[in-house]
Design a protein around this ligand. Structure first.
Ligand code: ADP
Ligand code: MG
Length: 181
C-alpha cells in the first residue's frame, strides 16, 4: 500500500502533515505513537473517512476506494456507539452485507458465514447478547468476527488491544497471524 503526501486537517488545524510511507501486503504492521499523535486520523484518512487536504493512497495502483469491499475497519472502542441496539450475531452478519449489494437480504449462506466467524473467535455462546453488554475483549472479538464474515483482505484495526483481557488478545493475535499467513 502506497501512501503519498497524505495531509489531513480538522477545521484548518493540521492533524497529519504530508505523510508518505509504504505498507507491505501480507504483513502485520503497527503504527505507534502517543495520544493525539494522529494514528486514528491516519487510518481514517487512508480509507477516505475524513476529507483529505491532499495526498493519495493506492494499492496495486488503484485508489483504496476501489478495494472498499475488501477492507475491514474496526474503529477505536470510544468511537463505537455501544447503546445501539444490535445483537452480537446481527453485528457479525453485517460483515456479509458489502458482498450482498443493495437489495438482497442475508440468507442461509450469510448466516452460516456469520456463525462460522463467531465460532472462530469463540463467541457463539454470546450470539444473542446485545453488543453493549460485552467486555472490551469480547467486543473486539465480535468486530474481528465481522471482518472474517466479510472475507476482508485488508484489516484496519484501531487500538485493537487497548483495555482487553489476555485471552482475547492472544486469540485475536493468533487469528491475525493465521490470516496473514
Ligand atoms: P491518535 O489516534 O493518535 O490518538 P487522533 O488521530 O485521534 O490521534 O488525533 C490527532 C489530532 O487531531 C489530535 O490533536 C486530535 O485532537 C485532533 N482530532 C481528532 N479528531 C478530531 C475531530 N473530529 N475534530 C477536530 N480535531 C480532531
Ligand atoms: Mg486514536
Amino acid at each position: 500500500m502506497n501512501i503519498q503526501g497524505l495531509t489531513i486537517a480538522y477545521k484548518q488545524k493540521v492533524a497529519i502533515d504530508d505523510v508518505t510511507l509504504q505498507i507491505a501486503t501480507g504483513k502485520l504492521t503497527g503504527i505507534v505513537g502517543p495520544n493525539g499523535a494522529g494514528k486514528s486520523t491516519l487510518l481514517k484518512g487512508m480509507m477516505g473517512l475524513v476529507p483529505r487536504e491532499k495526498g493519495q493512497v493506492t494499492l496495486d495502483n488503484k485508489p483504496l476506494s476501489y478495494w472498499r469491499k475488501k477492507i475491514a475497519y474496526v474503529p477505536q472502542r470510544s468511537e463505537v456507539d455501544l447503546t445501539f441496539p444490535i445483537t452480537v450475531f446481527d453485528m457479525v452478519l453485517l460483515g456479509t452485507y458489502p458482498a450482498l449489494g443493495l437489495i438482497k437480504r442475508p440468507g442461509k449462506k450469510e448466516k452460516q458465514l456469520a456463525f462460522d466467524a463467531l465460532e472462530q473467535v469463540e463467541m457463539t455462546a454470546f450470539s444473542k447478547r446485545q453488543i453493549g453488554e460485552l467486555s472490551g475483549g469480547q467486543l473486539q472479538r465480535v468486530f474481528i468476527a465481522r471482518a472474517l464474515a466479510q472475507h476482508a483482505e485488508i484489516f484496519f484495526l484501531d487500538e485493537p488491544f487497548a483495555g482487553i483481557d489476555m485471552t482475547s488478545e492472544a486469540l485475536i493475535m493468533k487469528l491475525l497471524k493465521k490470516l496473514r499467513d
